[in-house]
Design a protein around this ligand. Structure first.
Ligand code: FAD
Ligand code: 2HG
Ligand code: ZN
Length: 475
């Protein structure tokens, strides 16, 4: 079928017969929430949204679309930061929402596993694990909307990677609907299973370009019995890293999250978020440290106080507050979690989700900030994020008073400027959000040659018609 033709009506009729009105949306008002991304970078169009209620329905819908040569865009919670779940502007790409595949199929507290369908919202997965006396540790600001299928397809990281790893490390098995409609049941819950190529890992981080994840076996952990959360004002970026090292050296296993925030970012939080009070205002650099242990009487309070005291004496920490209740711990976390929203409300921003070796984080923040200030006078660097993983969101906010569109027109230059520093420090241009549509043009420069060629061969072998999420990941 030529590229510019809309969806053929026989296909639409067949999809309708298969899925019924709940499973096939065509009303423009119903399509609307599926057409643009959280950052409003892209706005596409689609002839319909397919919302299967079972894996068998999805498999049949995929078979029908494959026979008609119709491209498909998997969508979970649509919180992608890189336009990964948005259809293009051509009007032919059918959005497939996994939202109705939302059952937790099984929890086994002895095996410490949960089998959850792709459309289970991350927060619901956490709650289901907690109800069974366990912990599902993946945690990120969008957890009230992001889905199991989405976090696996992007290999999301988030706040607890430093302790529990990325989504990939939390996955033991997968169920996938392949681009021709076959269902692959790889829902094994084994810790050891060396049986040829580890196919399940192909689909994690593939951003929907190889098939649909429909369910996953996830690893669970013991629930923490003790937690401590502190907000610390630190002298500079080196002091932030120094504090991380102090905690790690004392008890590496206790650190559940270690997050950096700039004074500018914390200021945006105070300005834009309802009830956004900051316990230690007026500093240039902050760290949030979260300790957790499932051991009884782990002594985390003594640990956090001892380390902070040492760091205060060394002049690395300027001031600190430790949460005394669940409400206070939550309030400290909120300062960090609301950073993306506060930044959005402040104006136009360019995001750089990058990683470097942990030891290079201070240099990354300093050099990238300086280079961007040189590029665009008045630009406001707002670096924040997962210092413990070497993953900093090296974001830039528009200069005060500048036309947002004029600022965004410089996005490419800004990203190039940051990436030059990242490359020099041995880092990656894409840490946890993925490539999506936003970064495809960077793939050649960063992963060109044998690596990209191998990715193309894999794509061609698994999805020979090129129907799965076209225009994403691969240039
Ligand atoms: P979508 O946005 O719907 O999709 C993401 C990608 O996966 C798309 O390419 C889509 O086609 C594909 N996809 C979705 N479901 C499936 C499926 N079942 N099978 C195959 N492909 C599929 N990311 C982090 O890593 N760490 C963070 O701390 C973090 N914080 C965030 C905070 C906010 C406020 C927001 C808006 C986003 C944040 N993200 C973060 C980015 C985002 O990647 C995650 O929210 C999450 O991984 C996306 O899940 P989703 O269900 O919304 O997926
Ligand atoms: C976070 O860590 C997310 O909060 C979003 O990864 C980062 O807004 C961003 O740039
Ligand atoms: Zn992040």
């Amino acid at each position: 079928m030529p590229d510019d033709q809309p969806l053929p009506s026989p296909l639409l009729d067949r999809l309708h017969a298969l899925l019924g009105p709940r499973g096939l949306l065509t009303d423009p008002a119903d399509l609307e929430p599926h057409l643009s991304d959280w950052r409003n970078l892209y706005r596409g169009s689609t002839p319909c949204v397919v919302r299967p209620g079972t894996v068998a329905e999805l498999a049949e819908a995929v078979r029908l679309c494959a026979a008609a040569g119709t491209p498909l865009v998997p969508q979970g919670g649509n919180t992608s930061m890189v336009g990964g779940a948005t259809p293009d502007e051509g009007g032919r790409q059918v959005v497939v929402s996994l939202a109705r595949l939302n059952r937790v199929r099984d929890i086994d507290p002895l095996d410490m596993t949960m089998t959850a369908e792709a459309g289970v919202v991350l927060k619901a997965a956490q709650d289901a694990a907690a109800a069974a006396g366990c912990l599902f540790p993946l945690s990120l600001g969008a957890e009230g909307t992001a889905t199991v299928g989405g976090v696996l397809s992007t290999n999301a990281g988030g706040n607890t990677t430093v302790r529990y790893g990325n989504a990939r490390e939390l996955m033991l098995g997968l169920e996938v609907v392949l681009p021709d409609g076959q269902v692959w049941n790889g829902l094994r819950r084994l810790r050891k299973d060396n049986t040829g190529y580890a196919l399940r890992h192909l689909f994690v981080g593939a951003e929907g370009t190889l098939g649909f994840i429909t369910a996953a076996v996830l690893r669970l952990f013991p629930r923490p019995r003790e937690t401590e959360v502190a907000l610390c004002a630190v002298r500079d970026e080196d002091a932030a890293l120094g504090l991380f090292r102090r905690f790690r050296d004392r008890d590496e296993g206790a650190v559940r999250a270690f997050e950096y925030m700039s004074g500018e970012g914390v200021g945006f939080y105070a300005r834009h978020i309802e009830g956004g009070t900051v316990p230690l205002p007026g500093h240039d650099h902050y760290v949030l440290v979260d300790l957790a242990s499932s051991r009884p009487e782990a002594g985390l309070r003594a640990l956090i106080e001892a380390v902070l005291e040492e760091a205060l004496e060394a002049g690395e920490v300027l001031d600190a507050t430790i949460g005394e209740s669940e409400a206070q711990r939550h309030a400290i976390w909120r300062i960090r979690e609301e950073h993306p929203e506060a930044q959005k409300r402040e104006g136009a921003s360019v995001k750089n989700d990058v990683s470097v070796p942990v030891s290079k984080v201070p240099e990354l923040i300093r050099r990238a900030s300086e280079a961007c200030r040189h590029l665009i006078p008045g630009v406001r660097p707002v670096p924040f994020g997962h210092l413990g993983d070497g993953n900093i969101h090296m974001n830039l906010e528009q200069p005060v008073g500048m036309d947002p569109a004029a600022f965004l027109a410089r996005s490419h230059d800004i990203m190039e400027t940051v990436n030059e520093v990242v490359r020099d420090l041995g880092g990656s241009f894409s840490a946890e959000h993925g490539i999506g549509r936003l970064k495809t043009d960077m793939m050649e420069g960063w992963r060109g040659g044998a690596e990209l060629e191998l990715m193309r061969r894999i794509k061609a072998a698994v999805d020979p018609q090129g129907l799965m999420n076209p225009g994403k990941v691969l240039p």
